[in-house]
Design a protein around this ligand. Sequence first.
Ligand code: HEC
Length: 131
Amino acid sequence: MIQEKGKILDMKLQKVLSVLVILLLFGVESMHAVAQDGNAEAGAQKNAMCQGCHGIPGFRTAYPTVYTVPKLGGQNALYLANALRAYKSGGRTHPGMRAIASALSDQDIADLAAYYSENKKIIVSTEKGTE
Ligand code: HEC
């Protein structure tokens, strides 16, 4: 009986491991894709539709659940680009960001990632937020 359980656990572990390997392969793949150079100045022209949410300190969206909007300024460019690609591809499932990222080209993503990574103090409001 105990041995049976052990076998089932082994099988589960194998499944988990193979999923992890697949995720890893995809992760490495998307890192390669990010080699594209972003232009921060171009990104500054494209961020108007992001500021409505990401520029407000402590801003929370109400739909579909209460979400705190992450701060983007000063974040690593590779991380930002990978996050946007994940929303675009469906790897990340937040509906609002999915809709937004699906409208972005690879160049838009690279430019926006460059812009946000180079601008640590994007939030200009003096209002106190959680960030
Ligand atoms: C309607 C509000 C809204 C708009 C507009 C918006 N975002 Fe977001 N964004 C969010 C929310 C909420 C999250 C967190 C979602 C989650 O939990 O996955 C998020 C997450 C992100 C993340 C992941 C951050 C992290 O730390 O993982 C990035 C990158 C991002 N947004 C970039 C952008 C860019 C670039 C734009 C403009 C093209 C934009 N967003 C426009 C609300 C918005």
